[in-house]
Design a protein around this ligand. Sequence first.
Ligand SMILES: NC(=O)c1ccc[n+]([C@@H]2O[C@H](COP(=O)([O-])OP(=O)(O)OC[C@H]3O[C@@H](n4cnc5c(N)ncnc54)[C@H](OP(=O)(O)O)[C@@H]3O)[C@@H](O)[C@H]2O)c1
Length: 313
Amino acid sequence: MTATMKALRAHRRGGPEQLVYEDAPVPYPGPGEVLVAVHAAAITFAELSWDLSWTHSDGTDRTPVIPSHEVSGTVAAVGAGVTRPTVGEEVYGLVAFDRDGAAAEYVTVPAEALAGKPRSVPHALAAALPLAALTAFQALHEYAEIKPGETVLVHGGAGGVGVYGVQLAVIAGATVIATDVGTQAPFVRNLGAGRFVDVTREQFDDVVRDVDVVLDTVGGATLERSFAALRPGGRLVTLSAPPPAGLAERYGVRASFFVVRPDSAQLGELAYLVDAGRLRPIVSRTFPVSEGRQAYESGALPRPPGKTVLIVR
Ligand SMILES: NC(=O)c1ccc[n+]([C@@H]2O[C@H](COP(=O)([O-])OP(=O)(O)OC[C@H]3O[C@@H](n4cnc5c(N)ncnc54)[C@H](OP(=O)(O)O)[C@@H]3O)[C@@H](O)[C@H]2O)c1
């Protein structure tokens, strides 16, 4: 293996205009880490605006940085102490946002943040899963503790997280009501939502009552109005900011906010669901990694639902 690779990097904090495709050193897998030969990497449009994308965990600058924190690829080498995965295995996973991402020929990832890639789909589709599908999985199963037969309201059902929220709630045996803008109705129904509320035409809290669970990917007024849509004792999980103080007590419900974490076992379960034909990864557009800057610039709406993915190999 050569000592240099091609990578998309930013040398100064900023937006997509800072991204350059250039030579960079191949990273070395430390103890517990895996060197992944990247095939595909998914981007999160907001990541360039986050502090942790530019600094180490102690707050010091870590430019030049490599973006794109969802990866699908092949294990090229493993660091000390790693017994699984092994060299040559196809893996996918989530790279923490405070370390270099996967918009490069190689990335190092802690072994526990990877799992076997779903075999039935190409790398470009596998890369679309880790962040959004893990977020939806943890929201529904760890925070909302969803049960079969319950009714779940998913706000933003056509969004990055929402597409997996709808599908995973259906897989868990729930009835799903989804909100989004009306043009997405056929797409969201096709994912399994039994009912769709077009927020450009109706106030969801006028027509939805007594749900067991709300998965809120929108925040703001949508979050605040969601409390009235829950039954007493219901559970709300929101993703963009903690819920306003006092509302959960006033409505007699439980409300949570959390930040997604890498989880190998859960990634394994998601891969199983994909291979069983029950969970569909959704990709909006693909770009060659050499056009990574254009990919990050393509975030303006409207765009088709799903992840934007960089193709590396
Ligand atoms: N806490 C965590 O660990 C975590 C993890 C992942 C994401 N997040 C956060 O979760 C949020 C959602 O992420 P995402 O990737 O799913 O975003 P996204 O792809 O933009 O999805 C949001 C969806 O909601 C729709 N929408 C906008 N306004 C709405 C409204 N008033 N009612 C219903 N639907 C509406 C959007 O439609 P349009 O596209 O037409 O606007 C879009 O389809 C972001 O704030 C993100 O930062 C948090």
